[in-house]
Ligand binder design. Structure first.
Ligand SMILES: Cc1cc2nc3c(=O)[nH]c(=O)nc-3n(C[C@H](O)[C@H](O)[C@H](O)COP(=O)(O)OP(=O)(O)OC[C@H]3O[C@@H](n4cnc5c(N)ncnc54)[C@H](O)[C@@H]3O)c2cc1C
Length: 486
């Protein structure tokens, strides 16, 4: 019997797992996919928002500002890329300047520090590549950028190192209430836990409906993006937002933590919660909108496009509460933007709810807040590189030529706790395949390393999700593939 079962290993589920791993609790993290951070956490703007957007007094506003302040220590402890590069909301006319003043006022009420309204000259000085049409901007220096899936992966690794059990490929299909505990069924077996924390993203409504007659509906709203090559990564120094209008927040542009440039997102309600596709209409909308921000834009430097799903609820605020109908069942639902920013504060809020129910929790003396540093070979000094190769020859072999990733780095991310088992899993942890050729050159080499390190056949290696085989062959009698893999 576990004390707590957390459903969903996105940024929210992994953050809560890691928070609870500080205490003497038996915790299990259940995830339907074959890796962590496979849902919305892997496809978003990656912004640590300052906090002027959310309506005053909402859970969103509170957890945004609190969560933002927690990122420096969190990312330093977990060796995750994070940069406070600041954000600018651009105004192009007097009407939009009034909206900036409203945002400024709301930011102040929400507790956002250091904001400033800038003149057009000040904006030009900060961002010379922006269009001449700009009349002013709201500057929020506390905004930042992070590696979202890297953070979730690091949190899972650290949580597992501190005793949390991570169960992948475990889709929760039913939950049955018992006296004092829940039996949580997956497609294969079940686990029992005294508390359930529902962090299932766009499926949080389904999980809630398994035990509660009252609930909420999660509507999936897609956001499409384009990622650009590193040679245009310095197009802006900060995060650039269009001025929000009744039509929405508009398209934003930003450098990524790895030095690429990104534009997006669109906003469209979709019925398919498994959809990952980008559309012609979405791409055209991005092309149209980006013209409003930059006088010249390097469209030909695009390297890929992707899409993420926002988990929208009618109330527009996060739902973080123990349900009235089922005690010890906690919903963490409707976590759309700024859920990534808010996640550390959401985890503290969930801990508070748990403590209110269980009573004081005992801290684990053995809790380790840091994980082994992730070494990026190309970022080391020549001396450090030579020392590393001396110790381990695999660091002397480049596998990904675009990003200069060595075999040693790939082996490391396979061997870590909550380590990579697929080509995409390796890509998200060590970055081979993230560059210009998008894995055209290195994918077969990554597959070879995965097969060797996991001691499986090459044709068992998946690109990403279940069933995404890359190589095909006829099945023989000696094959040990499970039914699941077919
Ligand atoms: C277009 C877009 C842009 C965004 N930009 C930002 C931003 O810049 N800054 C910011 O702060 N936030 C942003 N967000 C919001 C942020 O990405 C989300 O709030 C956050 O990723 C949600 O994390 P999550 O863990 O709740 O959901 P997810 O990452 O979706 O995780 C839920 C997990 O639950 C699993 N699951 C579902 N059903 C089951 C089941 N039955 N059994 C077991 N597991 C299950 C899923 O597989 C998934 O791994 C953006 C979102 C989108 C879509």
């Amino acid at each position: 019997m576990f004390d707590v079962a957390i459903i969903g290993a996105g940024i929210v589920g992994t953050m809560i797992s890691r928070e609870l791993s500080k205490y003497k609790l038996d915790v299990i993290l259940l995830e339907k996919d074959n890796d962590v951070a496979n849902g919305t956490t892997k496809a978003n703007s990656a912004i640590i928002h300052a906090g002027y957007d959310a309506s005053v007094g909402t859970i969103k506003a509170k957890t945004n500002v609190e969560g933002n302040a927690m990122f420096d220590k969190l990312c330093e402890d977990l060796s995750v890329p994070f940069k406070r590069i600041g954000s600018l909301v651009i105004a192009k006319c007097e009407e939009e300047k009034k909206i900036l003043q409203e945002l400024y006022k709301r930011g102040k009420q929400n507790g956002v520090a250091e904001m400033k309204l800038l003149t057009k000259e000040e904006v030009r000085q900060m961002e010379p590549n922006l269009t001449e049409k700009i009349e002013g901007a709201l500057y929020a220096p506390t905004a930042g950028i992070v590696g979202p899936w890297e953070l979730a992966i690091a949190l899972a690794e650290n949580a597992v190192e501190n005793g949390v059990e991570l169960k992948l490929n475990s889709k929760v299909t039913n939950i049955v209430k018992h006296d004092g505990f829940y039996r949580i069924f997956s497609d294969k077996d079940y686990v029992e836990a005294k508390y359930v924390i529902n962090c299932a993203g766009v499926y949080a409504d389904k999980i809630n409906n398994m035990v509660n007659s009252e609930g909420f509906e999660i509507m999936a709203n897609s956001g499409e993006y384009q990622l650009y090559d590193k040679n245009v990564g310095k197009l802006s120094n900060s995060i650039i937002f269009q001025c929000p209008s009744p039509k929405g927040k508009g398209v934003l542009a930003l450098p990524t933590v790895h030095g690429n440039f990104m534009i997006g997102p669109t906003s469209e309600y979709v019925s398919d919660k498994e959809s990952k596709k980008t559309t012609r209409e979405g791409m055209d909308l991005l092309y149209e909108n980006i013209k409003e921000l930059f006088s010249e834009f390097p469209y030909d430097q695009i390297i890929t496009s992707f899409m993420g799903l926002r988990a929208k609820v009618e109330s527009q605020d996060f739902i973080i509460e123990e349900t009235n109908e089922s005690s010890r069942f906690i919903n963490v639902a409707g976590i759309d933007s700024p859920g990534l920013t808010a996640a550390p504060a959401i985890a503290k809020l969930v801990l508070k709810i748990l403590k209110n129910s269980i009573g004081e929790l005992k801290l684990k003396e053995s809790f380790a807040s840091t994980r082994r540093e992730v070494k990026h070979f190309m970022e080391l000094s020549e001396k450090e590189q030579s020392e590393l190769i001396e110790k381990d020859k695999s660091y002397g072999k480049i596998i990904c030529r675009c990003e200069n990733i060595t075999e040693g780095e790939i082996i490391d991310v396979i061997k870590r706790k909550a380590g990579a088992t697929t080509v995409d899993g390796v890509k998200r942890r060590a970055r081979p395949g993230s560059g210009r050729c998008q894995g055209g050159f290195c994918s077969p080499r990554v597959m070879e390393i995965l097969a060797r390190e996991l001691n499986v056949e090459m044709d068992e290696i998946l690109k990403g999700n279940k069933g995404s085989y890359i190589l095909m062959r006829r099945k023989t009698e000696n094959d040990h593939w499970s039914e699941d893999n077919e």
